[in-house]
Design a protein around this ligand. Structure first.
Ligand SMILES: C[S@@+](CC[C@H](N)C(=O)[O-])C[C@H]1O[C@@H](n2cnc3c(N)ncnc32)[C@H](O)[C@@H]1O
Length: 273
């Protein structure tokens, strides 16, 4: 990619992540931001792939458990193993709505989904859950009286304050019992990274993108699942969540180096939230 317009674009979380995953949908500012981060955190691409592998396993688990509708917020630029590809392998009639704040992520997803009537993408902001829940494309494709898999992969750390708990609570409150919350989240808690390395990542997202980074501790990540039944093995380092033989083995010796924690929880039957 490379027009003069692209040269002037500020970096974005979606395009920096695309670069880490080896994608081509990124601009000079994204590559510069990513390269600065790689100088201090050279394992970020492996962390990103470990996150994708977790999402793959967890989404497949939900589809195999009978969840037939998915709302993937902060879905990103399409890459290998997109949610609709995984769940429609298990159940061809499964429905998926992607949501992202990044216009390029939305445009690329639209292109990929062309001709798939059971999946769509919406440009909206997680910090405004009402705009998602009332969006005509969301209400047209998803039935909120039946279980939904709410996928929040590596996005809540871009909603750094208390707002994040409120937002997740509002989305879950609109969903039926049997719905599931799937989260992966970057953390510096218990992870063997130096404070100055983490400071560089914070600086990059704060000064070069529209979405500052807010890492949370394990306890803060667990708080998102309050009131839900946690699926085994609970909220754990990403490589430890139901590992599969085809997983990348980057952090086999020390899962804390993945710097990512995730889990899946289920809205219990007939419970007021
Ligand atoms: C690191 S990527 C994660 C992509 C994918 N979910 C995954 O885990 O592989 C984070 C995505 O969240 C999106 N994002 C950040 N803040 C957001 C917000 N407030 N509302 C919606 N999307 C947001 C970014 O544009 C980006 O595409």
């Amino acid at each position: 990619m490379g027009t003069s317009d692209d040269e002037a674009k500020p970096a974005s979380a979606a395009r920096i992540y695309d670069y880490f995953l080896g994608g081509t949908h990124n601009f000079p500012a994204d590559r510069a931001a990513a390269q600065t981060m790689l100088q201090v955190l050279p394992l970020v691409p492996q962390m990103a792939r470990t996150n994708r592998a977790f999402l793959r396993r967890a989404v497949r688990y939900l589809a195999e458990s009978g969840v037939r509708q998915f709302l993937d917020v902060g879905s990103g630029i399409p890459t290998e193993g997109n949610v609709h590809e995984i769940v429609q392998q298990v159940e061809p009639e499964a429905r998926v709505v992607y949501v992202d704040i990044d216009p390029l992520a939305v445009a690329e997803s639209l292109e990929l989904l062309d001709g798939n009537p059971l999946a769509t993408v919406v440009n909206a902001d997680l910090r405004d859950p009402r705009s998602i829940l009332s969006h005509p494309q969301v209400t047209a494709l998803l039935d909120f009286d039946r279980p939904i898999g709410l996928v929040l992969g590596a996005v809540l750390h871009f909603v750094p304050d208390e707002t994040a708990y409120d937002v997740v609570g509002r989305l879950l409150a609109a969903m039926a019992p049997g719905s599931h919350l799937l989260i992966s989240h970057a953390t510096a808690d218990e992870a063997p990274h130096e404070q100055d390395e983490i400071d560089v990542a914070h600086d990059i997202y704060r000064h070069r993108t529209a979405t500052p980074l807010g890492l949370r501790t394990r306890a803060q990540i667990e708080r998102f699942f309050e009131g839900l039944d946690l699926v085994e093995p609970g909220v754990v380092w990403l490589p430890l969540w139901r590992p599969a033989p085809d997983d990348p083995q980057y952090f086999a010796d020390d899962p804390t180096r993945s710097a990512g924690i995730g889990g899946v929880g289920r809205i219990p039957p007939h419970q007021d939230r």
